[in-house]
Design a protein around this ligand. Structure first.
Ligand SMILES: Cc1cc2nc3c(=O)[nH]c(=O)nc-3n(C[C@H](O)[C@H](O)[C@H](O)COP(=O)(O)OP(=O)(O)OC[C@H]3O[C@@H](n4cnc5c(N)ncnc54)[C@H](O)[C@@H]3O)c2cc1C
Length: 828
């Protein structure tokens, strides 16, 4: 699959050899991603664009990709993949360069009942996303694939529109289209530096000169981490070995043979010029060049590690037994860039305006390359992401993730994730224990089973004495289900203690802090000292960019609190949207404070036992905060509740945390205090229909659609970002509305992505789900859509069902929380 250099240099030949002194955009890297961004910038009318490539186009990872274009059953990724496929098909007529796209279809195989359950749920979601697919039987697989062994197949799914293409030719076509539109592509030009000024990019230095520029786009593939360092930008990715084998010619294979995806054997198989290409996503990958990528690695290959890879190849050939007699023509190993969570990294880098990244594609850069190029170009030109890209936005990462050992250890697991069982509540096994709160050992002694979020070890559930604090995964009730029941009940009936120290905390301070926050937040922030406000940060379209609480600590100081994994994003949003002329600075103080959350009807009694002061409702009203003494220590107590019960969040400076915790546990014993984990929290909060960012609310969802317009202070002086868009949208009923669903059968579970049916018609997907132990059934949130708008009656009067695999389960729908709709318990 090495490209024909004569043809490639066609693009180069007519390109200028020396760069201009100025360009509006400089793209670093001429793989599929850089070329696609260049192509789409031209499409949007930006022609003053230069693409600098260290060696030749495609010479990094793109040239050796297997070219699978199989659609993922994810709302955002399927859009990008569908667009890419359509683009690659039309590029030939546009540019004269063929792209080798063949609509061969694909078949996914499940050989265990669990895998069949997972795939069935996924294929139901795919159908809701209008991806053509159907469940087929082993005999159908045998008809498509006479060479395949089919006796072990428990379920199979056919995707007739899936394709494959030639990555080099696709990239050449994109480069050609970009060049025709005016982009200057300069090969054999290594970027060596990025100059910045006042938090913005200023110029790019390279072996062929310096270019002043407004935007830099780092598309340097496996080199992107090192290229990021040139500008002080963290791009946490690591190269790893990635393999495929090509057989000698095989009789009976043909170009439209569907791609066979066999995750239980970590393999995919497709036709390649009369031979079979067998690709691997082995469960334990091998990082490549942790010490840095060689600068002269061009159209490079990695010597295959036969001993490591042989057992996987042997497993793969079980699917097509004839392969064990057919010779191997090529065993290819090339590097690909992997990220800690198996999602790619795109968007504007936090902390450096004008610096964009698009890298770390985890074996999927060809599949989404067209779509990524388009959304990146829109992002650069329009100044904001054109759709909800939060799952792949670089602002979900933290700077500490750029740690070499962390990346090397995690990437071992990342490579194989695509073909692992995607269990609900699955936890990463590698690179754990990065961040531990000071209470960690105490919580472990109490039986905590930890999960990870943003590097933090957080108690998800507590084991009973004698029970192992370990997950046993399944699609049904997992081993911690009963533990969760007890924790949930403790909060509803007595009092529960949650460690939520991972929460991100920002101090926003200065003479103009109130003015600055009031413009960014939907709620009124001009509140008395000691008032806590639940609010959102919106984009100009009214979409929800952040979900936070803002507490006024003093006249000029506010505390902004948000979930751990949104820390970088919220910090960057504040920095970007506070007018530099204002007297207001933002400081991340997350690591200086623990947070102990006490929730339940007896929380008042418990706190009154350890802390002097008036804890009555009149003396400590809902949504207020004040400093309190607990033992020898001080803490900031905030009366808030997402669980639906009376409760207080205690923000405790780290050195005080053990003392406060010990005092609470001691005093809580006679009151039935129980340690509770994040699974119980999710069960409690979903009963209250509490929305989780970015699943239930995100940049594409407005407070009007999400039922959160109560957070909007419509008439506050100066307004708020997004207000005008919301006012316009308010004129008509929203086309989608978030509702809460309770399954009427107490047995099945909801996770995320299950289709919602109204009177038999698909109207949306479950955006988050958990078991509600008080409501006694699985509870989900999800948007109900209707082209004419969604009225209250449309939700309350419909006959709702949720599609879980092949089961249709009746559900009750509500626009108000099914648990304590008036909120009386939290305000007691
Ligand atoms: C074996 C294998 C099979 C694969 N199969 C598939 C598949 O079937 N489907 C799929 O979707 N994906 C597949 N992939 C993944 C896919 O190839 C990548 O995701 C994609 O090619 C990444 O493109 P890119 O543009 O980000 O990186 P690259 O193609 O590596 O481009 C980055 C470019 O940046 C240049 N560069 C680096 N540093 C500098 C610098 N300082 N100055 C200037 N230029 C610089 C490099 O020379 C390089 O050309 C596969 C990968 C492998 C290894």
């Amino acid at each position: 699959m090495k490209p024909d250099m004569a043809n490639l240099s066609e693009v180069e030949a007519s390109a200028p050899k020396a760069p201009p002194e100025h360009a509006r955009v400089v793209i670093i890297g001429g793989g599929i991603i850089g070329c696609s961004i260049a192509y789409h910038l031209v499409e949007l009318g930006w022609r003053d664009v230069v693409l600098l490539e260290r060696a030749q186009l495609t010479s990094g990872t793109t040239w050796h990709a297997a070219g699978l274009l199989t659609t993922p059953a994810d709302p955002v990724q399927s859009q990008l993949a569908n667009y890419s496929r359509a683009l690659y098909r039309r590029l030939e007529s546009e540019t004269g360069q063929a792209t080798g796209v063949i609509e061969c279809g694909s078949i996914q195989l499940a050989t265990t009942p669990q895998r069949a359950e997972e795939m069935r749920r996924s294929y139901r979601r795919a159908q809701s996303l209008r991806i053509e697919c159907e469940e087929i039987g082993p005999e159908d697989v045998a008809r498509f694939w006479p060479l395949a062994y089919v006796d072990d197949i428990k379920a199979a799914f056919y995707f007739p529109r899936d394709c494959r293409g030639n990555p080099t030719d696709i990239t050449r076509a994109l480069a050609k289209g970009a060049r025709i539109g005016g982009v200057r592509i300069i090969e054999n030009c290594v970027v060596t530096g990025v100059e910045t000024h006042a938090g913005r990019v200023k110029a790019v230095r390279s072996t062929c000169g310096r270019i002043e520029t407004d935007f830099v786009v780092n598309c340097a593939g496996i080199w992107a981490r090192e290229v990021g360092r040139l500008a002080g930008v963290d791009v946490p990715l690591q190269a790893a070995e990635h393999y495929y084998m090509i057989s000698e010619p095989v009789a009976g294979v043909h170009t439209t043979l569907p791609i066979l995806r066999d995750p239980d054997r970590s393999t995919y198989i497709r036709e390649e010029a009369g031979k079979l290409l067998v690709g691997l996503h082995e469960p334990a990958g091998k990082p490549w060049r942790v010490d840095g990528i060689p600068s002269d690695f061009t159209f490079g290959e990695i010597p295959p590690d036969w001993d490591r890879i042989h057992p996987y190849l042997a497993r793969a050939t079980e699917r097509v037994p004839l392969l064990s007699d057919t010779g191997i023509k090529v065993l290819f190993c090339g590097p690909e860039a992997y990220t800690p969570d198996h999602n790619y990294l795109i968007g504007e880098a936090p902390g450096l305006n004008g610096y964009f990244v698009a890298a770390g594609f985890n074996s999927g850069g060809i599949l989404v390359g067209g779509g990524v190029g388009r959304v990146m170009a829109q992002w650069i030109v329009q100044g904001h992401a054109p759709m909800d890209l939060s799952a792949v936005d670089i602002r979900r990462t933290d700077p500490w993730q750029n740690n070499s050992r962390y990346l090397a250890d995690r990437i071992v697991e990342t490579l194989g994730v695509v073909y692992q069982d995607h269990w609900p509540f699955r936890q990463w096994q590698t690179a754990r224990g990065v961040k531990k709160c000071v209470l960690h050992d105490r919580l472990a002694s109490a039986g905590a089973c930890f999960g990870e979020s943003a590097g933090w070890e957080r108690p998800n559930w507590y084991a009973r004495p004698g029970q192992k604090a370990e997950y046993v995964y399944s699609w049904g009730r997992q081993n911690w289900f009963e533990n969760c029941v007890e924790e949930h009940r403790a909060v509803r009936e007595h009092v529960g203690l949650f460690d939520q120290s991972s929460f991100a905390k920002f101090l926003v301070q200065g003479r103009d802090a109130e003015q600055a926050l009031n413009r960014i937040a939907t709620a009124e922030c001009r509140v008395p000292v000691g008032r806590a406000v639940y609010t959102h940060f919106l984009n100009e379209h009214g979409g929800i960019e952040a979900d936070v609480t803002v507490t006024r600590l003093t006249e000029h100081r506010f505390l902004v609190v948000t979930a751990a994994f949104t820390a970088t994003r919220v910090g960057a949003w504040l920095e970007q949207h506070i007018d530099s002329a204002l007297n207001c600075i933002v400081t991340d103080v997350s690591d200086g404070w623990c947070m102990i959350n006490l929730q339940g009807p007896r929380s008042r009694e418990l706190l009154a036992a350890v802390a002097p002061g008036d804890w009555s409702s009149a003396g400590f009203p809902f949504s207020t905060a004040r400093e309190v003494e607990i033992g020898y220590q001080k803490a900031l107590a905030m009366r808030l509740s997402a669980t639906g019960e009376l409760g207080w969040e205690l923000y405790v400076p780290v050195p005080f945390a053990l003392g406060v915790y010990d005092a609470l546990v001691e005093a809580g014993r006679p009151l039935g205090l129980r340690h509770c984990g994040y699974h119980a929290l999710a069960s409690l909060t979903i009963e209250k229909a509490h929305r989780i960012w970015p699943f239930d609310i995100g940049p594409d969802d407005t407070p009007l659609e999400a039922g959160l317009s109560f957070t909007c202070a419509w008439n506050k002086s100066g307004g708020f970002i997004g207000r005008e868009a919301l006012l316009k949208a308010r004129a008509a009923p929203p086309k989608r509305k978030l509702a809460q669903f309770l399954l009427l059968d107490p047995e099945p579970l909801l996770h995320r992505g299950e289709p919602i049916l109204r009177d038999g018609q698909r109207v949306g997907l479950i955006s988050s789900g958990m078991y509600g132990h008080t409501l006694r059934g699985a509870v989900g949130l999800g948007y109900v859509s209707h082209p004419d708008g969604v009225s209250e009656a449309l939700v309350t009067d419909g006959r709702f069902e949720i599609l879980i695999g092949n089961r249709t389960v009746p559900a009750r729908a509500s626009l108000r929380p099914l648990y304590d709709p008036s909120g009386a318990r939290a305000r007691a």
